[in-house]
Design a protein around this ligand. Structure first.
Ligand code: ARG
Length: 400
């Protein structure tokens, strides 16, 4: 019986070459798996491309809803931004894709799983680490990494083996797209000083000269830390993200151009468009400021970076991620309410927020006399004790 291998297949140049290579050089029957996490048009003609690459079977799975609710939503609740900026678009999808590879490999009794990542990026780490976390015994084959094949060599291999190299496979950039946004790298972007070309790079966000002069104000409703409605209209997670992309994208919200540290030690120039993630995270953070108790808010902020790093570094299926999610979920119990967000000229700014569980108390905060419930006389005594250590120090050691 021929051995079989389950390959993560996007239909692009690299994974098409991988499919052929696994069959020709290693004798595998290739079961190609395409997990739809919202890569849109990239999925057009996937069957034709799979056939051209000579796969034995193609499985296309619609995982869009699951991707949003089980991967993007936890990251949103954690306000996870890698190196303070990147909402983990690609990183979040790799865990889900890896888990589907493993599931199908088990179902079909496959001998190995495979992916088309190079040896220089984060994605290989995420695939290998996620697969190892779920199926430590399952061998992993990474043809591009193993052969060190570069882009021109991949094109040559494709031509030698009658795999049509189309405009999609010969793209100017390396693009990874899903429901949480788009990641664009390589090509002219490899020069960190070069401005991303106006055409081709951005697809979800309007350019400066196209931005509407009128703002859009949208009310985002949250329940226990998760967005559930836009302007009072209840929506599924998928609908809400898709709506938010359009609303925020037309105002140019969510463009990110950054130098980022990959896990393998390389600094790389990355361009992202993440309109929905930026708008939703801005609103979520704002509502937390209203509803989280001070110490919880501060402590939670201190784990956001750690959470983002862990996801970026491929440790989605780790005990620490589970433990951090348990903490984050506990903090979200009362993160329910609404945030009014203004989308305008590239930015998403909160205009107001309200919550039935808000800890904001007008009678404590007011500077008007009528309803003031704050005991002013307590302040003086509190400050006497608060400042006691520095007062003693100043009296003994101070050089005033
Ligand atoms: N640098 C980003 C990350 O590591 C994006 C990677 C995108 N992958 C790609 N094949 N273009 O998450």
């Amino acid at each position: 019986m021929t051995k079989s291998c389950v390959l993560a297949f996007s239909g692009g140049l690299d994974t098409s070459v991988c499919a052929a290579w696994l069959r020709i050089e290693r004798g595998y029957d290739v079961i190609a798996v395409t997990v739809d996490v919202g890569q849109g048009r990239e999925l057009d003609g996937i069957k034709v491309r799979a056939d051209a690459a000579g796969v034995a079977d193609l499985v296309v799975l619609d995982a869009r809803q699951q991707f949003v609710t089980e991967f993007c939503w936890p990251a949103l609740k954690a306000n996870a931004l890698y190196e303070g900026r990147y909402p983990l678009v690609s990183a979040l999808s790799r865990g889900l894709i890896a888990s589907e590879l493993v599931r199908i490999a088990r179902e079909r009794g496959a001998d190995a799983v495979a992916h088309g990542c190079t040896g220089k990026g984060n994605d290989q780490v995420r695939f290998d680490t996620s697969i190892a976390s779920l199926a430590p015994d399952l061998p992993i084959v990474a043809p591009i990494r193993e052969t060190g094949m570069q882009r021109d060599e991949a094109i040559a291999y494709a031509k030698d083996h009658d795999i049509p190299v189309t405009a999609t496979t010969e793209k100017l950039y390396s693009i990874d797209e899903n429901l949480w946004g788009r990641a664009i790298e390589s090509g002219v972007l490899e020069d960190p000083w070069a401005q991303p070309p106006a055409k081709d790079v951005y697809e979800m966000t309007a350019a400066d000269h196209e931005l509407p002069d009128e703002p859009d104000d949208v009310v985002i409703g949250f329940e226990q830390g998760l967005p559930v409605s836009l302007d009072g209209e209840a929506m599924s997670a998928l609908e809400l993200v898709e709506h938010m992309h359009v609303l925020a994208g037309r105002h140019g919200v969510g463009r990110i151009d950054m130098i980022e540290n990959r896990l393998v030690g390389i600094k790389s120039r990355e361009v992202y468009e993440v309109p929905a993630a930026t708008a939703l995270m801005t609103a979520h953070d704002d509502l937390e400021r209203m509803t989280l108790e001070r110490d919880v808010a501060r402590f939670k902020r201190s784990i956001s970076d750690r959470y983002a790093e862990l996801v970026y570094n491929g440790l989605w299926f780790s005990p620490l991620r589970k433990a951090l999610d348990a903490f984050v979920d506990e903090t979200q119990t009362y993160v329910t309410g609404e945030v009014k967000l203004r989308l305008w000229k590239g930015s998403a700014q909160p205009l107001g927020r309200r919550s039935p569980y808000g800890l904001y108390d007008t009678s404590l905060a007011t500077y008007g006399s009528a309803d003031d419930a704050f005991r002013h006389e307590d302040a003086a005594g509190f400050i006497r004790l608060w400042s006691l250590p520095v007062r003693v120090w100043a009296e003994r050691q101070g050089d005033a």
